[in-house]
Design a protein around this ligand. Sequence first.
Ligand code: F0G
Length: 452
Amino acid sequence: MDYPFEPFKIKSVEPIYLTTKEERKKILEEAGYNVFNIKSKYVTVDLLTDSGTGSMSQFQWAALMQGDESYAGASSFERFEEAVMKYTGKKYVIPTHQGRAAEKIIAHVLFSGQDGLVAVSNTFFDTTRANFQFQGAEVIDLPSPKAKDIFSDEMFKGDIDLEKLEEILKTRGDRVKLITMTVTNNTQGGQPVSIGNIKKVHELAKKYGVLLHIDACRVSENSYFVKKYEPGYEEKSIHEIVRETLSYADIVTMSAKKDGLVNIGGYIATDDEGLALKFKEMLILWEGFPTYGGLAGRDLEAIAVGLMESLDESYLEYRVRQVRYLGEGFKKAGIPVMWPTGGHAVYVEASRFLPHIKKENFPAQALVVALYLEGGIRAVEIGSLMFGKDKEVEHEFVRFAIPRRVYTRSHMDYVIEVMRKLRDEKAHIKGLEIVYEPPYLRHFLARLKPVD
Ligand code: F0G
């Protein structure tokens, strides 16, 4: 079977409002050719992000009713804390309203008021990078050389470059405060990270006295890849692999909007009592009392259940294979996709797909616009529009991020069908130019227009 059986039945449905091509043409014009400006009711298949967009199970919905909304000492926190302790193996658990709130707190505690500190990573996600920089840290990405060839079959392209890491630790070790391993590696095509790589990073971190932070948003999905493809892990359970992965970390942060299978939430977890206390001090200032941390009691309940559900192997098998099915559909249609597909999204290389559009005319955004016009599909540009102002952009990616437990095979077939049509008519797809851009994170608010 090339398509995984959905291991659930649908109990509640959300209708999709269908638009015509004429309507979408107008909607795009009004949105300034930026899909962030389009109302979700006008989107047929929404692959903008896998963050906070998943479906909750009947057990999560039932758990919501147990929400204890007390300001202090809520019993919902006890259930949340127990679940996070069980999931991560860490002793101290600090709830936050989402991932970037956890990042803001650790960044403040580790970097604030100290000049010249450095943080290195297999690749920082944008919010992590921005939070660390905001506190004055220098941030350095060290993606594995395996990630260079984006079309090769090699596994674990999410790893860090160990040689370069050791070189930096040797030469600037006294300034390096933190190593962040983003698992899976979202900005590098959602590629998994091997435990072997994390173990070596842990050894280097100990040798040079540097803290190891794991950004664990998608660690359940990562553990599925480890079980399937890393020798020695075939017989381990997903939970054992998650626990081993996180055992190497001094600090874990997680946006529960991904593998927590909820619409909002996050946390920090650590075994370090001193750090935990400092994190809690900032939590009270920015998020709330340590037994709710910016969340409602019912949110804590939903996370407690969702984290455990994400460890279910039949769910993960369906999840990862659904992503692969979409990627394979594109590949068979001759569309250039980053390979292998990762855990949460398919990344299409748009400058290869649309070679007639110059980099300065945003080929990936042009494809995003064409996808919406043709099929009402919303994907996201990860290329020159998003990063071109701040750094040299190597690849013009369009990311098709798949929400968890939301879409079925026929939705995936529809997306493949629309991409096939675009492949046949791609000579007509036009590049874009910016007519307005804000000073920071321009892709969210930019307005564009087509160029001939
Ligand atoms: N770390 C990673 C690896 C992420 O992918 C995200 C969010 C965050 C941290 C921040 O978490 O959104 O809860 O504050 N990624 C989303 C995405 C937004 O679309 O990839 P948050």
